[in-house]
Ligand binder design. Sequence first.
Ligand code: NAD
Length: 275
Amino acid sequence: KGKRAFIAGVADDNGYGWAIAKSLAAAGAEILVGTWVPALNIFESSLRRGKFDDSRILPDGSLMEITKVYPLDAVFDNPEDVPEDIKANKRYAGSSNWTVQEVAESVKKDFGNIDILVHSLANGPEVIKPLLETSRRGYLAALSASSYSYVSLLKHFVPIMNPGGSSISLTYIASERIIPGYGGGMSSAKAALESDTRVLAFEAGRKHKIRVNTISAGPLRSRAAKAIGFIDMMIDYSLANAPLQKELSAEEVGNTAAFLASPLASAITGACYIR
Ligand code: NAD
């Protein structure tokens, strides 16, 4: 039987989440996505209006189907966590059940279980500030949205993941090497994500036979990357210095994720894949 995947962090057709969804769909998986609440309306209406149809084409010519789009804000674990100003915010008030715990409950109610969990989201409100100028609030916000969000997703989804399931996140080399410009605590957030990958691989592996890996991806001109401001420079740098002198495509990262989620990778866990 085909596998079912939940991919958190898809809000357009330019990012890694979309590319991973496509590679998993091409391999026969059913696709569910979690979309950041403030981006939900535009994503759903663009999908409906056919704006993504060209990017939905799979290698066999068919169109990727997204079975269901769930609103999600991964910085909130349950309704008690949501502050009043967010509750009252028009963009949030229009949707419901978008905290991590509620999304996992909804997926359980709708589908019973999943096999693949993908975390393809990050946010650092002070990313353009050097670490030395980052506020405590900005630093903690980066960790909350980019690192703990993964701990929380896995924690809430593991109970509905079939044994042998696979979980994947996306990280960036700024965790290990200094990349000036990747500020606001985002380098710290990626370091935490990579360390957590090893710990979570141990815990989720022992307890539920779930594999946990992360992909350290090269630079891609996504919406999030453009907001950081130096993406073209990073692409030029990779082109000049990487062993394969070509621009990385999102599809190549998608295919790495599909491999890691497949039985071909059945003994690979706790790893950081560099692509
Ligand atoms: P993207 O903009 O396509 O994806 C980021 C997504 O995160 C967006 O859809 C956004 O709506 C969502 N998001 C932000 N805060 C959220 C929250 N609180 N709850 C739920 N969703 C939230 O950009 P991308 O570059 O494809 O990013 C995907 C992942 O890839 C991120 O972890 C990023 O750090 C990582 N990555 C990107 C690059 C790159 O060059 N683009 C390189 C290495 C790693």
